[in-house]
Design a protein around this ligand. Structure first.
Ligand SMILES: CCCCCCCCCCCCC[C@H](O)CC(=O)SCCNC(=O)CCNC(=O)[C@H](O)C(C)(C)COP(=O)(O)OP(=O)(O)OC[C@H]1O[C@@H](n2cnc3c(N)ncnc32)[C@H](O)[C@@H]1OP(=O)(O)O
Length: 263
């Protein structure tokens, strides 16, 4: 008789409350990603990105780690099948980058290699003071292979990005903030509460406008300027007809704070 194995413990947990979806990665000991985690993450993120009742996505790790990168044990035994099974890591990041809502990377712990790359696909990066971030792949004889070699130069400029990837060193939270790799550093004991407050603030903003802004900015990177300006103008014309734009404009005239519904 075939032994029945217990189901693999889930490595990705999602909870939605007050229009905020918190996606927590938990794969001991370091939240390193393997094909199973990647598949779970993709299956979790896709519906949340499409769900218009979700107005902010928070992606976080557990314990001392956000995500320590690709699982080095997996890489060492890399089979043809595993290589292809890791490819969806790229799609995970595209889902985050194109989600029509704010995506907050809550760097509770070490964000290294593929973990740091994952955070680059998010819109906002908030880091716990004791966490570290970096692209150590060069020390493994590799280089960032899941978007870091493309997104980091766009964020920091080619020179500083190349240097960080060539050196492969880990940055402290303060240094990461100084160079603009992360947006805010929070004392460890205040981190969870700060993330909750930030997520609530992002969820109260005009979600549709943020989603369209993300799309227009991304399109502008590859379109000729005249076409990008047309897309921008068309986007604002689309938004003018939304409930949130009507509310925002009226609230200003009424001299009161707007109450956005995200639509
Ligand atoms: C899978 C990719 C295959 C490549 C081809 C496939 C197609 C391409 C797909 C693209 C994917 C590329 C993604 C990316 O560019 C590549 C990477 O991410 S490579 C990995 C980069 N990460 C690292 O190098 C970090 C390694 N970790 C550390 O340096 C340290 O852990 C630390 C963060 C400095 C913390 O140090 P300590 O506090 O001392 O803690 P430990 O080191 O003891 O760690 C605790 C425990 O966790 C285990 N662990 C940590 N990181 C990893 C890891 N990345 N993979 C596996 N295991 C990890 C560590 O071994 C300890 O375990 P224990 O010894 O307790 O069993």
């Amino acid at each position: 008789m075939t032994p029945s194995f217990p189901p693999l413990a889930a490595s990705v947990h999602a909870a939605v409350a007050d229009a905020v979806a918190v996606v927590r990665i938990e794969r001991p000991p370091a939240n390193a990603f393997d094909p199973a985690l990647i598949a779970e993450l993709l299956d979790t993120l896709k519906p949340l990105a499409a769900n218009t009742d979700v107005r902010c996505i928070v992606l976080r790790g557990t314990g001392r780690f956000f995500v320590a990168g690709a699982d080095i044990r997996v890489m060492r035994e890399l089979s043809e099948e595993t290589q292809h099974a890791m490819r969806p890591w790229i799609e995970v990041q595209q889902v985050l980058e194109t989600a029509p809502k704010p995506v907050l990377a809550a760097l509770n712990g070490h964000a290294l290699g593929g973990g740091a790359e994952l955070s680059l696909a998010c819109d906002v990066r908030v880091m716990a003071a004791s966490a570290s971030i970096g692209f150590p792949e060069i020390g493994l004889g590799l280089f960032p292979g899941a978007g870091g070699s493309q997104r980091l130069p766009r964020l920091l400029g080619a020179h500083r990005a190349k240097l960080l990837m060539m050196e492969g060193r880990r940055l402290s939270a303060d240094e990461a903030r100084q160079i603009g790799l992360v947006d805010e550093v929070v004392p460890d004991d205040e981190f969870d509460a700060r993330i909750d407050r930030l997520a609530a603030e992002w969820a109260a903003r005009p979600t549709a406008a943020i989603g369209l802004l993300k799309r227009v900015v991304e399109a502008g990177r590859t379109l000729p300027l005249d076409q990008a300006l047309d897309a921008e103008f068309a986007g604002v014309l689309d938004l003018i007809r939304t409930a949130d734009a009507a509310e925002g404009l009226q609230a200003f005239l009424d001299k009161r704070p707007p109450h956005f519904t995200g639509r």
